[in-house]
Write a protein of this length. Structure first.
Length: 354
């Protein structure tokens, strides 16, 4: 067996011209084959109910600690997937089990490293809680490293692209959406939840990530676009971007008026729901459609956040202020939004470093 393993290792190293971390992942999968015999001698049978019961206690603890519904749903989804796939009780899982699971997800299942790291973080939080509660003595995640992910530089919109997007808007509703994204740097989920009674004197109270509220600000263009859009509304829905009452009615309206469904149905009050706002997916779809009309590549709501932060920094706004306007917990998170060119860095160095 030793000779067979040696040959397979040599073949593996010769076949793949890949970074060391990739080789390590492949080796993890390969070496796992030689643990099968030992694992078959185990008499313990995984108790799914045991894992589910402990997972429910964990989620209850995190709920009591103030975690959001979305966070709890992510924990539940990730942890159920990992525990079910590994097929062991939570108190029997080893670091090798977790490494093998992660390697298989990346190499065989072709899951992105970002997604696998999300699963790893959820599992790490779970075991930290187990250890803190003295349910387990050792935390296997202490030996499992975070997978390095290459982060491509993401671009802000060029000024000409912004003007093309503005020009491609067909209705006051679309213009209001674009201008609010450009002015406030809000997350798409925050824009969806804006209420009309939370807009006053050029300010909007938004409900941010982690249930943290903050004030964002409207510039002159966004205030004008917003005023024109709201004046067209004849309904009583309290949300700025109200949802339709029935999708079928909107399609019928679009067909009758020979307009696309996303255009001016909102001006007909009986098509607008009494309560409820449009969802994140609808906003993303609207923005993508505007981007296609404008002939601008990679148009999505989050890119407006990056653009706002980048342009503000170029104009001299302090990083701490940009971070606060974005609703970030710290400037470390904000730095990933920057689209600063090498020439701008060189100019800043010449200006500030003597």
């Amino acid at each position: 067996m030793r000779e067979e393993l040696t040959i397979r290792l040599l073949n593996l190293l010769q076949e793949y011209d890949i970074p060391a971390q990739e080789i390590r992942l492949k080796l993890t999968i390969l070496l796992a084959d030689y643990e099968i015999e030992a694992r078959h001698t185990e008499l313990a049978i995984p108790d799914e109910n045991k894992n589910i019961a402990m997972l429910q206690k964990f989620l209850a603890a995190k709920l009591a600690a103030g975690r959001t519904k979305r966070t709890l749903e992510n924990y539940s989804g990730y942890l159920r997937k990992v525990l079910n796939t590994i097929g062991k009780n939570y108190d029997e899982i080893t670091a090798d089990d977790i490494r093998y699971y992660m390697a298989v997800r990346i190499q065989r299942d072709r899951i992105s490293k970002v997604s696998v790291n999300n699963e790893r973080r959820a599992l790490s939080t779970f075991y930290q809680w187990l250890q803190k509660e003295e349910i387990v003595l050792k935390n296997p995640m202490n030996k499992v490293e975070l997978i390095k992910v290459q982060k491509p530089k993401k671009k802000a919109f060029e000024e000409i692209e912004i003007e093309k997007i503005r020009d491609a808007c067909r209705t006051n509703r679309e213009r209001a959406l674009v201008e609010i994204l450009l002015s406030t740097w809000c997350r798409v989920s925050e824009v969806a939840q804006i209420r009309l009674d939370e807009i006053r004197d050029g300010e909007i109270l938004v409900h941010g990530k982690g249930e943290k509220d903050r004030i964002v600000y409207l510039n002159a263009k966004s205030r004008l676009a917003l005023e024109k859009y709201v004046n067209e509304r004849g309904d009583l829905n309290p949300y700025l971007f109200a949802r339709a009452k029935y999708a079928g009615d909107v399609k019928s309206f679009a067909k009758e008026t020979k307009r696309k469904a996303e255009c001016e149905w909102y001006r007909k009050a009986d098509l607008v729901a009494d309560m409820g706002h449009i969802d994140v997916g609808t906003i993303e779809s609207i923005i993508r459609t505007i981007g296609k009309r404008a002939g601008v590549q990679t148009v999505h709501p989050h890119r407006f956040r990056r653009t706002g932060a980048t342009y503000a920094l170029r104009q001299g706004m302090p990083l701490t202020t940009v971070s606060k306007l974005l609703g970030h917990a710290g400037i470390g998170v904000t730095q990933v939004y920057l689209d600063i060119s090498d020439s701008e860095l060189e100019e800043a160095h010449r200006k500030y470093v003597k």
